[in-house]
Write a protein that binds this ligand. Sequence first.
Ligand code: SF4
Length: 370
Amino acid sequence: MLERKRKLQILSDSAQFDLCDYSADEKQRNVNLPGIYYSSMKGCKVPLFKVLLSNKCYNDCKYCLNCSKREFTRIELEPDELSKVFMDYYEKRYVKGLFLSSATIDDVDNTMEKLVEVVRILRHDKGYDGYIHLKILPGTSKELIKRAMELSNRVSINIETATADGLSALSSTKDYKIDIIRRMKWIKKIHDKNPDLTPSGQSTQFIVGAVEETDQEILKRISWLYDKLNIKRTYFSSFQALDGTPLEDKPEPDPRRSIRLYQADALVKSYNFKLSEFEFNEGFLDLEMDPKYVAALKSDLFPLNINTATYDELIRVPGIGPISAKRIISKRRKSRINSLDELKGMGVWVKRAGKFLYIDGYQSNLDNFQ
Ligand code: SF4
């Protein structure tokens, strides 16, 4: 019989591939207490208890630590036991929220019932009213999804791949359109009907490099997810060739690929970039330069007059983000912008932006700008 701390260590190690932060969680983990990871929330790092209910899985996702084909210690915590550990961490102020997931133990709904029971105990029996991010297992029934949403701040289903063919190449037990996309649509419908449920909406996660999909295919899917399903956040987990999995010999992707995808994702989500604005080389983003800079180098839009450019044009300039673009527009309502120094004071990365701008007929030459 494994002692609880050891069980928690195994289950929190298994949870590390479910991301709740842009940066590498692993480095920020508190090694003395299993399951504590840091997430970014409104610009702050917040400690969360991130754990799986179980690592027993009947699915056979070829890249996954918990793949049914892999041999290792399989364990499961009872909902009561898990909720007790969480409350202990919470009351001692080690964590400020819960990120709960599980492998699919036997039957999808049986496992999901147990996850929902953990959250029900916390909300109803223990009176916990803090943050809960609950994973919805692919294939979960609509009734259970609704119950999960009634109890959680955020829910998510990992989409894993950009296409149905991609998922079929990785798993023989999960159906992309039925088990994942259909469930994501249900979440949106339930949320649209009652926005008080899961106030933080739904997020999702891709595994990058486990299957031969291009960045272009991934970004096409992401654009669709934001547009049609109102996804709040997308995470990218870089494929790792784990020992004992069917993909243990597959080469891992360049770690910069996920970084470029995060940057492109931000452009789609917050800068309203269209897929046609990105530059791809045989479907892949440039690994050396960020996608906004690459797109700007190829665009006919530049150079822009800083005193007449619209908001949408300004945020396409490398070195200008939404905040500095708003400051520029606000400043222009009062007076013209006459120098690069003024832009620097508004948060513009002038060395980067300069070659894409001109000030009333004068194209800035920033080679000597400090
Ligand atoms: S469903 Fe697939 S990805 Fe999820 S734990 Fe099981 S094997 Fe891993």
